[in-house]
Structures are given as C-alpha cells and as structure tokens.
Design a protein around this ligand. Structure first.
Ligand SMILES: Nc1ncnc2c1ncn2[C@@H]1O[C@H](COP(=O)(O)OP(=O)(O)OP(=O)(O)O)[C@@H](O)[C@H]1O
Ligand SMILES: [Mg+2]
Length: 234
C-alpha cells in the first residue's frame, strides 16, 4: 500500500532533517531512484549510505549528515584544494562542497581509467552513484581477501599510479575504501581526493601506499612501501 507523505517523513525522520528529506524527495522525483526503495547499507562518521532502485538497476545514495558531521575536519581538508579556494567556513557550504567534490573526483578517476562507481548526480549534501555489487553490495577488501594477492596488488598499484599521473591522489586509500567486486578492486570514498599540486598531497600519497603495502604484507606479500611509492610517483 502506498505510504502517505507523513508516513514517509517518519521513515526518514529519525535520521535526517527536513532539508535533507526534501532533497531526497527531489532527487527521486527527478527519476534517479524509486523513493520507497531506499535501504540502509552503512552509517559512517559523516554520512549514511543507502542502496535504492534506479532506472537501470540499483544505485547508491551517500548522504552527508548536516548536523552531526565534523565540518571543522572537512574544512581543514578542503581548504587546501585549489578547486575550492575561498570557500567560507560555514557548515552547510562546506558539506555541500564536500559532496560535490566527491562527485567530481569520481569523474576524474574514471577519466584516468581507475575503477570507481560511476557518478550519477549530486544535490546539496546528497551524492548518487553506481551500486557496486551483484545482489548484495560488494564486500570491502578487508573482509574479502583476494586469492591471488600479487595480481590484485598490482591492479591497485596501477590504479594509484594512473590516478597520480592524471594529477590526483585518493587520499584515504586503505582496505576499508576498496571494494572487492568479483575479485577486482573498486576504489570508493573519494571524498579526500585532491590534485597532487595541493599542499599536503605528497603526505597523502605516501600514506595511501603505506596503508596498502601494510595490508598486503599482513597477508603474505613482502612489499617495500618506499620502493612501491617511488615506482608509483616516478
Ligand atoms: N558505490 C557503492 N557500492 C556499494 N557499496 C558502497 C558504495 N559506496 C559505499 N558503499 C558501502 O558503504 C560504505 C561507506 O561508504 P564510504 O566509505 O564512501 O563512506 P564512509 O567511510 O562512511 O565515509 P566517511 O568518511 O564520511 O565516514 C562502504 O564501506 C561500502 O560498504
Ligand atoms: Mg569509507
């Protein structure tokens, strides 16, 4: 039976403010997904992630919470990004810029042939992207260790190098932000990606490579992260 607007509001009401709910309805009325089909996947520090039924299969909604996200932390990261110079330190402005930045980063990654979810739309604090998975969302790399470690690592290395060569660093790369989809890596959570010319970018690429090497070494490889880093950035 179809729900009334009031009932729908109640469904989201515990999680989101009115402004966000209005934007969810707006995006669904534009045809990006069926409004009644939202189903929760994850609750993160800053965002809630849902799957929903889109026109051509499932989509993902990543919704940054307006009230409970740490916008001071976001501001610290985004103010170094030359694409967002002059951004005022106002909670909503920063959160909207953050969602928009992730959307743009997904495009840049795809241009560099890095496997990431296809960006579909953004509105204010909401980002819509391709659903990575079959029936269920693909597991994180940390929960689905690949059988051929070396081959899998090399794919991640190639993505990291190609993204770097195209002028970007992921910035938050680890086994938590890579999905293992049918034994292939898909990078997600590009909210920290910045151009390599930004202040702090060289620390980020070093940390990304270190994280990945640590994970693969834990599972049996013998990678020297300094050597790997050199090969990625040279
Ligand atoms: N496109 C996608 N397809 C399938 N699952 C996804 C997709 N995007 C995100 N997820 C799932 O949602 C989880 C959270 O997503 P993501 O890493 O982008 O946000 P987060 O870590 O909560 O962000 P924050 O840094 O704001 O805390 C992922 O670990 C993954 O399980
Ligand atoms: Mg994440």
């Amino acid at each position: 039976m179809a729900k009334t607007a009031k009932e729908k509001f109640k469904t989201f009401g515990n999680v989101f403010d009115r402004f966000t709910i209005r934007n969810i309805f707006e995006l669904s009325s534009r045809g990006f997904f069926e409004e009644g089909s939202l189903s929760p996947i994850s609750i993160g520090k800053e965002s809630n992630v849902f799957s929903a039924k889109g026109k051509n299969g499932k989509v993902i909604l990543k919704i940054y919470r307006l009230e409970t996200c740490d916008f001071n932390r976001m501001y610290k990261y985004i103010r170094n990004d030359p694409r967002f110079l002059g951004l005022k330190k106002q909670r909503r402005k920063i959160i909207f810029a953050w969602a928009q930045r992730e959307y743009r980063n997904l495009f840049r990654a795809r241009e560099a042939d890095v496997k990431v979810p296809k960006p579909i739309a953004f509105l204010k604090n909401i980002l819509i992207m391709e659903f990575i998975g079959n029936k269920e969302a693909a597991p994180k790399l940390k929960d689905a260790v690949p059988s051929n470690l070396k081959k899998y690592y090399n794919k991640i290395k190639r993505y990291t190098r190609d993204f770097y060569k195209s002028g970007f660093v992921h910035g938050d790369l680890s086994e938590f932000n890579i999905l293992n989809f049918n034994d292939n890596p898909v990078f997600i959570d590009l909210s920290h990606s910045i151009p390599i010319k930004s202040p702090g970018a060289s620390e980020l690429i070093e940390r990304d490579v270190k994280n990945i090497c640590r994970f693969f070494n834990k599972h049996g490889l013998k990678l020297d992260y300094k050597k790997e880093l050199k090969e990625i950035i040279s």
